[in-house]
Design a protein around this ligand. Sequence first.
Ligand SMILES: [Zn+2]
Length: 134
Amino acid sequence: MRTWTVDPLPLVGGLMGSDKYDLDLGHEHYLQFTHWRPKEAPGTILPEYANEPDQDKIGAIIYHKCKDGKTMPDGSREWCSSGIWFDCPIVLKFFPGKTPWKVEQWEPLTVSPSILCLSCGDHGHIKSGKWEPC
Ligand SMILES: [Zn+2]
């Protein structure tokens, strides 16, 4: 069950619109925060979840170029994405099976530990709002 919502997928470089992501992390990595907005999905949220207040940042999706070499028809590398959860009260309460990332600082964003994409193997850190490849 997906109880968090994401704004319509951002598109970059033909897939993402440049104004839709929240942070340009560099190294062709773009971050979009995920939100907790139960009232935007009436009927799909369990009643005990529905009265929790909205929260703007409970995690993030990190869009990046595929590290495993998949390409688009034009020869450019395909876009891939991975998601992380932050160690905020909503995540700890409602997603107890998730291992959240610690937000060391919000501005500029630093999280720990490193982030490994389970789809393509892309690996790096977000430090001071920038992607640092591992
Ligand atoms: Zn990936």
